[in-house]
Write a protein that binds this ligand. Structure first.
Ligand SMILES: C[S@@+](CC[C@H](N)C(=O)[O-])C[C@H]1O[C@@H](n2cnc3c(N)ncnc32)[C@H](O)[C@@H]1O
Length: 351
């Protein structure tokens, strides 16, 4: 709780490690793809001022409102955008915010979203089963729970929740439909697995699975990581904090692959992929919070930070700077012109 405003606040995770991994510099330009309560963003701005600039993105309009208040002191250096980071490249082109010195993803949800504000993310509070980050999204958790077949639900809970009891939980869900609220689903899940065992609530994995599905979290992360590389200037840093193994696996594989010159299958006699490394790994081992941090902020327990630096070979440098030059020019000349848009489409995937 912020005693000055009595508004609840989100405690940012691995802050010192994030600033170090981003190598934040005075006058630098940064993108916070998950601005949330503005905690990391405020620290980035504090370390890059004077002259620092930040583009803060969040899919949740409520988060943008909170970040706006939190970052008021830096209002002339910040642009906040209520968008999904899956559209990262298009957002940067639209706001002419590229290339940048660093890009941060602090994935998942903030405490503000989890703390039962009627959005249905938590099984600790009763609320309609919604789970959408943005009200503009069409599909809610209730839609999935009440319309998927038993087989589809089993698959979803197993794949996105890594839940061993997915079949039993899906079966109970089907028996008890329609399911409208978080507590109803939590009770059904608990019954399906035969009550509580240990400290983790039996509904944890099912709720995770539904949240991932509703918000297409893994697809959006994969799409955004690919776009992030070309927005980074030479030696620009990419930093990702993830909170569950599915996200962390995507980040780890992506960074490892982009740090290699050849990605041909093992045993291929000569390279046919033509892939060249675009990143250098900063931390070979994942960074996790200290025992002191997890004690002070238990939510940080599952955080995993990975970081990489943009490297640019001569060829890639020519290609990248040409692309950036092209984008700046087309923006100045009106990048929405159909011919330019067509050309941009062939260069970028998301427009
Ligand atoms: C862990 S919180 C970030 C907290 C923030 N770093 C801070 O210090 O306050 C994650 C935020 O990412 C947002 N988010 C998750 N997926 C997103 C996506 N695909 N596009 C944009 N924002 C997203 C959530 O709405 C949430 O506000």
């Amino acid at each position: 709780m912020n005693l000055m405003t009595s508004a609840p606040i989100h405690t940012p995770v691995l802050v010192k490690e994030t600033i170090e991994a981003l190598a934040v510099q005075l006058g630098g330009r940064y993108i916070d793809c998950t601005v949330g309560g503005g905690g990391h963003a405020a620290t980035i701005l504090a370390h890059s001022s004077p002259g620092g600039q930040l583009l803060g993105i969040d899919a949740d309009p409520e988060a943008i409102k909170i970040a706006k208040t939190r970052l008021e002191a830096y209002s002339s250096s910040v642009r906040l955008v209520n968008e999904n980071f899956a559209n990262l490249e298009a957002i940067c082109i639209k706001y002419d915010f590229l290339p940048v010195h660093g890009i941060l993803f602090d994935l998942g949800l903030s405490s503000l979203q989890l703390n039962g504000n009627g959005r249905g993310f938590s099984f600790q509070h009763d609320a309609p089963l919604d789970m959408r980050l943005s009200p503009s999204q069409k599909v809610t958790a209730a839609d999935i729970v009440n319309t998927f077949s038993e087989g589809e639900l089993t698959h979803l809970i197993k794949t996105y929740g890594e839940e061993d009891y997915s079949r039993r939980i899906a079966h109970h869900i089907i028996q008890e439909r329609p399911i409208k609220t978080t507590l109803q689903l939590a009770r059904i899940t608990e019954q399906a697995v035969g009550g509580r065992r240990g400290r983790i609530h039996p509904a944890t994995k099912t709720f995770q699975a539904l949240r991932i599905a509703v918000n297409q979290e893994l697809e959006h992360l994969e799409a955004a990581l690919k776009q992030a590389i070309n927005l980074l200037g030479f030696e620009g840093r990419l930093v990702v904090i993830s909170y569950h193994s599915l996200e962390d696996r995507i980040v780890k594989r992506f960074m490892q692959q982009e740090a290699k010159d050849c990605i041909c299958p093992p045993g291929t006699p000569t390279c046919v992929c033509g892939h060249t490394a675009s990143l250098r790994l900063i931390n070979k081992r994942v960074i996790t919070p200290s025992p002191e941090e997890t004690k002070l902020n238990p939510r940080s327990r599952s955080a995993r930070l990975r970081a990489a630096e943009r490297i640019i070979t001569q060829d890639a440098y020519n290609e990248t700077s040409e692309k950036l030059y092209f984008l700046t020019k087309t923006k100045a000349n009106g990048w929405r012109q159909p011919a330019l848009l067509k050309k941009l489409r062939s260069t970028f995937s998301v427009l």
